[in-house]
Design a protein around this ligand. Structure first.
Ligand code: SF4
Length: 328
């Protein structure tokens, strides 16, 4: 095992997000236009062999968590064998973020392949609003997917809910009730300036404190230690199952103890969700670089990782890629 990946602020990067595709079968209004985006040609996507090899290099660099993301990762054919490959590589914590549309039919095979846990994006529990926000009338299928994930033993099950002012902030208490009824953890994510249509504005952000206050008034909350993960997590004071979390990227940035790094579907290494520069690992792979050369490039990029995003600074520059082209 090589020395861990430590940046100049002393943060250890051990949580790798790997995007399997930029394509998605939803059209979330805070992410992409109704017509979708210009998808990457297949030849530009990392192959499963390339992903497996890269993950091997990162494991040697101390990565412990590998999260498969997208676009929508379950859209990529043969994802189950990839999960098996990565599990066989000995990834200690293998998880996925999905929109859940294909989960009902795939949960069992994913669990059998070695997937441990899952995050599912659900922005509304109201059928009509879910359809408005995702441009897909698919709430029931996603709820079926959650139940299938539970039956398959994927745990814990976490829901990611992006809260957008004027759209779904009136549902946060209902989501807390849903968490209590199911035992899931619902995390409320502040809307970030990563939407492809650049419609983000600060007044559409619902600060996490506001979300927590609304829930706490009805279901008192107790903070729970959450380690380096981005979400601040809470349990219910009355001992009810489930919990809630907040990811306050805009109102309370948590970059100071960031442990996350990313590989895009086309093999670009990003040390931050909002990074303005990338390292082309695909070019290295396809040019015949060996694992040490790839590890050196990764270590060099992490060493140069910036302190954090600059959303709240006057000089903030949006990354050239939107969310679906980076991966959650
Ligand atoms: S914005 Fe970048 S540095 Fe900050 S927590 Fe997210 S990935 Fe880490």
């Amino acid at each position: 095992m090589n020395a861990p990946l430590v940046d100049r602020f002393g943060r250890v990067a051990d949580d790798l997000r790997v995007s399997l595709t930029d394509r998605c079968n939803f059209r979330c209004t805070y992410c992409m236009p109704a017509e979708g985006l210009a998808w990457l040609p297949r030849s530009e996507l990392l192959t499963y062999e390339e992903i497996e090899r890269l993950v091997g290099v990162f494991l040697d660099l101390g990565v412990r968590t590998v999260r498969l993301t997208g676009g929508e990762p379950l859209l990529r054919r043969g994802v189950e064998p990839l999960v098996s490959l990565l599990a066989a590589r000995g990834v200690p914590d293998l998880s996925m973020t999905t929109n859940g549309l294909l989960l009902a039919e795939k949960a069992e095979a994913l669990a059998a392949a070695g997937l441990r846990r899952i995050n599912v994006s659900v922005d509304s529990l109201l059928r009509h609003r879910f359809a408005e926000m995702t441009r897909r009338d698919a709430l029931e299928r996603v709820l079926d997917g959650l139940r299938a994930a539970e039956r398959a033993g994927l745990a814990p099950i976490k829901l990611n809910c992006v809260v957008v002012r004027g759209t779904n902030e009136d549902e946060v208490v209902d989501f807390a009730r849903f968490a209590r009824a199911t035992g899931y953890q619902v995390r409320f994510i502040e809307f970030m300036p990563l939407d492809a249509e650049e419609g983000w504005s600060r007044d559409r952000v619902v600060p996490s404190e506001e979300v927590l206050a609304a829930i706490d008034r009805v279901h008192p909350l107790v903070p729970v230690d959450h380690g380096p993960e981005p979400a601040r997590v809470f349990r219910f004071a009355d001992g009810a199952p489930g919990g809630v979390g907040v990811i306050a990227s805009v109102s309370e940035p948590f970059c100071g103890d960031c442990n996350r790094i990313r590989i895009t579907a086309d093999g670009q290494f990003r040390t931050c969700l909002f990074a303005l520069e990338e390292t082309d690992l695909r070019r290295l792979l396809r040019a015949g670089a060996d694992d040490d050369q790839i590890a050196a490039a990764v270590r060099d990029a992490v060493a140069r990782k910036w302190a954090g995003h600059r959303i709240n600074e006057a000089d903030f520059v949006r990354p050239a890629r939107s969310m679906s082209m980076i991966g959650g």
